[in-house]
Design a protein around this ligand. Structure first.
Ligand code: C5P
Length: 225
């Protein structure tokens, strides 16, 4: 059986990667892998373990693996499993969000998740989104996309996701600062920093409608012939 394509979507926080990747995967009948959910799951597992955050830097790859984060395939994607239970909402808590960049900067955490992510793409037909999908995890991907959007627009989208449709200027400022802080940590870290893969298609979604950006990526995949 021949493997199908692997499509990667990378980009900064709030650029619309996960929702776009999910929609592209649905249109193509591929599975969607949200790699950010894996880093969030590892962060959740560490918070639940009670280990103080200052101790995280001392953990090796085996200790990260022992936190028992797994992926279970579904027809359209993967359930993320921590300690035997499927986690969804817990991954988006403020506590996890504010600590995930620290964890993601540690080489053992990245090494422990690499094989999970590669196994998810072993049979192709995958749309994977994150920060290093096209650079480190799937360097041979068939289509690579790098999504960007203005900081203000990304802050508005995050707030909308949280149910705030008419943000005050203070809401926007707070959210923009949080996003910019995470972008800085993700792009300046030593291991697999956020950067655009050399062979990626750059798509600026600031003024694109959601369907337009999905169409553009689906067209790139269909153009593979
Ligand atoms: O995409 P999301 O906001 O859920 O990602 C959470 C965090 O996980 C990012 O800010 C980043 O620190 C980390 N991450 C990463 N590499 C990935 C995906 C996410 O370092 N491929």
């Amino acid at each position: 059986m021949s493997n199908g394509p692997v499509v990667t979507l990378d980009g900064p926080a709030g650029s619309g990667k996960s929702s776009t990747a999910r929609a592209v995967a649905r249109r193509l009948g591929f599975r969607h892998l949200d790699s950010g959910a894996l880093y969030r799951a590892l962060t959740l597992a560490l918070l639940e373990s009670g280990l103080a955050e200052e101790e995280w830097d001392g953990l090796d790859e085996d200790a990260m693996r022992a936190l028992d984060v797994r992926l279970a395939p579904r027809p359209d994607g993967f359930d993320v499993i921590v300690g035997g239970r499927v986690v969804v909402e817990e991954l988006r808590s403020a506590e996890v969000t504010s600590r995930v960049a620290h964890l993601a900067g540690l080489a053992p955490s990245r090494a422990s998740l690499l094989s999970l992510q590669r196994a998810a793409g072993a049979h192709g037909r995958l749309v994977a989104d994150g920060r290093d999908m096209g650079t480190a995890v799937f360097p041979d991907a068939d289509v690579k996309v790098y999504l960007v959007a203005d900081l203000d627009e990304r802050a508005r989208r995050r707030l909308r996701d949280e149910g705030v449709d008419e943000p005050t200027s203070e809401d926007l400022e707070r959210q923009s600062e949080a996003i910019a802080g995470r972008d800085l940590a993700d792009s300046e870290r030593e291991h697999s920093p956020l950067r655009m893969p050399d062979d990626a298609h750059l798509i600026d979604t600031t003024r694109l409608g959601f369907e337009e950006q999905v169409d553009a990526i689906v067209a790139l995949v269909e153009g593979l012939g």
